[in-house]
Design a protein around this ligand. Structure first.
Ligand code: SF4
Ligand code: ZN
Ligand code: ZN
Length: 305
């Protein structure tokens, strides 16, 4: 027997266990959109934003975010610029770029394609880890964050939207608590403040489960990259273990991770001392840096040696 939606007579496709409701296609899409819009308004993510840079990897999360933000920005008359970064990981990256461009064209959004190779970064280089003394995912993360911010500054975008979901946020937060890097928790707010040559970062999917973004793109038949990065096996195994724990906790105790990220965003982070603004300017590229030379320039220098 088919299960009915809690709000209409249609067949339910999703059970929101934490709220004990069942949702049909229409009510599920409405639920995700409303959650994302509420997060945007509650944290004033788009306040004073005239132009928004939206970083799209082509995965289910960024595609969901793009689909919702494109409507929100239209209503608020905010200009959008899409960004896709070609990380140079063979067929996987080519597919990411193709999907992102297809979506930018579908939504009539101007876009930029940036590639690691144009910055001298070859993430598949066999001697990469030996030269840089960092695992590929760390290099990839630093390079993506740098490029996103650089493009935002060049294009006069006041904010950058990224597709981190609730499970990502909980994973990063717990992993940082376990390793004692509590000061890093401030970087996990739904919105981080802008500074000189540093655009605001916003995370509209802060309260959305990864299962919901998958169902969202599949229900709306939006193109997305379902493959996993071939370098994913090189990720920090502790992070993977924490992720499995977060997933299991949310599945066995629905709503527990949402409760955690809620507390993280309004209570835990406020209990931490304010981090002083210790940013100066990288003497090579002129972008914000905690040291004399920023991490991105250090990576590029190591690869040139
Ligand atoms: Fe980059 Fe690692 Fe993610 Fe692959 S798995 S895209 S290398 S961060
Ligand atoms: Zn319904
Ligand atoms: Zn630099």
């Amino acid at each position: 027997m088919k299960t009915r939606c809690s709000f209409c007579d249609d067949h339910a496709i999703y059970v929101l266990k934490s709220r004990k409701i069942r949702l049909c296609k229409k009510h599920f899409i409405d639920y995700v959109r409303t959650e994302v819009e509420n997060t945007i308004y509650r944290f004033e993510m788009l306040k004073n934003v005239k132009k928004l840079l939206i970083a799209v990897s082509g995965g289910k999360d960024s595609v969901t975010m793009l689909h919702i933000l494109h409507q929100v920005c239209k209503e608020l008359n905010i200009e959008m610029l899409g960004l896709v970064i070609d990380t140079g990981i063979g067929e996987f990256s080519r597919r990411q770029v193709d999907v992102a461009i297809t979506l930018f064209k579908m939504f009539k959004i101007d876009y930029r394609v940036e590639s690691f190779s144009s910055y001298g970064i070859d993430i598949l280089r066999p001697d990469l880890e030996r030269k840089v003394r960092r695992p590929p995912c760390s290099i990839c993360g630093i390079a993506k964050r740098y490029i996103m911010n650089k493009v935002a500054i060049e294009e006069n975008c006041q904010a950058i939207a990224t597709g981190h979901n609730m499970i990502d946020i909980a994973q990063y937060a717990i992993a940082n608590i376990l390793t004692g890097n509590v000061e890093y928790l401030r970087k996990l707010l739904p919105k981080t403040e802008e500074g000189p040559k540093m655009a605001r970062r916003i995370r509209p999917l802060y309260f959305i489960d990864e299962k919901e973004t998958k169902l969202y793109v599949e229900t709306l038949r939006l193109p997305y990259v379902s493959e996993t990065c071939p370098l994913a096996h090189k990720r920090d195994t502790m992070q993977d273990t924490v992720r499995m724990f977060v997933r299991e906790l949310e599945d066995k105790h629905p709503g527990s991770i949402r409760h955690f990220v809620e507390k993280l965003s309004n209570k835990i982070i406020n209990m931490l001392p304010m981090e002083e603004d210790r940013y100066s300017t990288c003497k090579i590229c002129g972008m914000p840096s905690k040291g004399e030379i920023c991490s991105f320039c250090k990576i590029r220098m190591a690869l040139r040696e």
